[in-house]
Design a protein around this ligand. Structure first.
Ligand code: PMP
Length: 430
């Protein structure tokens, strides 16, 4: 099993750091060799050895309607024939910005970039330029990409690898990043009081997806909104995971709280490299060339990336039934998994928001970084590998969310639940 993947991984390690181009892929927290993929269609992945898997990673979020979604593929092919980049404006960029504005609340202006990292880095710079302040509050276990300011107590791959605070980040940058506890408004209040008039922004994953899936508790997001209003701080929702996923208008719409700036990634590019940041006119007008805060990109607004994102977002906008179907499917999996784990007397806590799902092997209610860390990582490892063997591709870390796609069928979900029963039994008997 996985013979070609193993060979490729050995080869990759000779030429690529750790054999991968992004650490979350490396299977570090579950051990073993990552699976190299050959192709995918809908919710079925095929690896280089010809083995098929039902996919719950969805390229970490973008594939909300499944892989190789035909309208996207056709649109990309047609657009590519007219050139892959101009370095000059196109109508497509205007249409994309207009569509995002129609879909999400609170966005007057939006700038396209090439990744979620860039979107978050840029949003922070804009908040600093707008307020004239330096410090930023983030939450322990939240991940906002690999910009220097964010690699302090970060989640995702940084958490998985046990290096949530990275070497290479200067002390000055580290000192400007303050860390609060997720779902704990008091920890935010304390920082705002201690650093009165010094905080430019609070950046938050409105649903945390980088320490497993952790929903905001009632009043948390609206409480942040009030605190930001009271202290003239820019509220940034990092909707790289939640944008166009937990609702058409993202977490802003789902929870009825409007941020000052929002960042996007993943779905907005339908699997091509895109990110975006946007928000209120008053703040966005500081962005170059309108204002003094510099931000740029040779390939930003790239036609292939734009047509892919535009085609996917248009489908979601025109047929919101996708969201109802995703809710139903994810609830079905959530309920089924709870039953399977309960049948085997495994302590488990499951969280779900829309089509994001996380399970933690713990007795605790998981509401923040500390409680997420009570999950039984050894059991997760064994369960993950058993599922993989049984043809189910889960995120290779106990601290990542599952992303469901609407290409999943009831048969696939039932097959997944059967595999979960067999896999937990195998994991417990290891
Ligand atoms: N913010 C969040 C919430 C993310 O989940 C991620 C990536 N998983 C990022 C930012 C960074 O995005 P990218 O990997 O595209 O740079």
């Amino acid at each position: 099993m996985l013979e070609t993947s193993k060979e490729l991984f050995e080869r990759a390690k000779q030429s690529i750091p750790g054999g991968v181009n992004s650490p979350a892929r490396a299977f570090n927290s579950v051990g073993g060799s990552p699976v190299f993929m050959e192709k995918a269609e809908g919710s079925i992945l095929t690896d280089v050895d010809g083995k098929e898997y039902i996919d719950y990673v969805g390229s970490w979020g973008p594939m909300i309607l499944g892989h190789a979604y035909e309208p996207v593929i056709e649109a990309v092919q047609e657009t590519a024939a007219k050139s892959t980049s101009f370095g000059a404006p196109t109508e497509l960029e205007v249409k994309m910005a207009e569509l995002v504005k129609r879909m999400v609340p609170g966005v007057d202006k939006i700038r396209m970039v090439n990744s979620g990292t860039e979107a978050c880095m840029s949003a922070i710079r804009v908040a600093r330029g707008y307020t004239g302040r330096d410090k930023v509050i983030k939450f322990q276990g939240n991940y906002h990409g690999h910009g220097d300011s964010f690699l302090i107590n970060a989640g995702s791959g940084a958490l998985t690898l046990g290096t949530p605070s990275s070497p290479g980040v200067t002390e000055g940058t580290a000192n400007d990043t303050l860390t609060a506890d997720y779902n704990d408004l008091n920890s935010v209040k304390q920082l705002l009081n201690e650093f009165e008039d010094e905080v430019a922004a609070i950046i938050v994953e409105p649903v945390a997806g980088n320490m497993g899936c952790i929903p905001p508790q009632k009043g948390f997001l609206s409480g942040l909104r009030e605190l930001c209003n009271g202290h003239d701080v820019v509220l940034i929702f990092d909707e790289v995971m939640t944008g166009f996923r937990v609702a058409q208008g993202g977490a802003q719409q789902r929870y009825g709280v409007t941020a000052d700036l929002v960042t996007y990634g993943k779905i907005i590019g339908a699997g091509l490299p895109v990110g975006a940041f946007g928000g209120k006119e008053e703040i966005m007008q500081v962005v170059s060339p309108d204002g003094p805060v510099y931000q740029a990109g040779t390939l930003s607004g790239n036609p292939l990336a734009m047509i892919a994102g535009y085609t996917l977002l248009s489908e979601l906008h025109e047929n919101p039934v996708h969201y109802d179907e995703l809710e139903e499917k994810t609830t079905y999996l959530y309920t089924g998994l709870s039953e399977v784990f309960t049948d085997y007397d495994v302590p488990v806590h499951l969280n779900r928001v829309g089509s994001m799902l996380g399970f933690f092997f713990t007795e605790e209610e998981v509401v923040n970084f500390e409680t997420a860390n009570t999950t039984d990582q050894e059991l997760f490892k064994a369960f993950f590998h058993a599922m993989l063997k049984n043809g189910i591709y889960l995120p290779p870390s106990p601290f990542e969310s599952l992303f469901l796609a609407n290409s999943l069928t009831k048969e696939m979900l039932d097959q997944t639940l059967d595999a979960a029963g067999a896999s937990i039994e195998q994991a417990l008997n290891k």
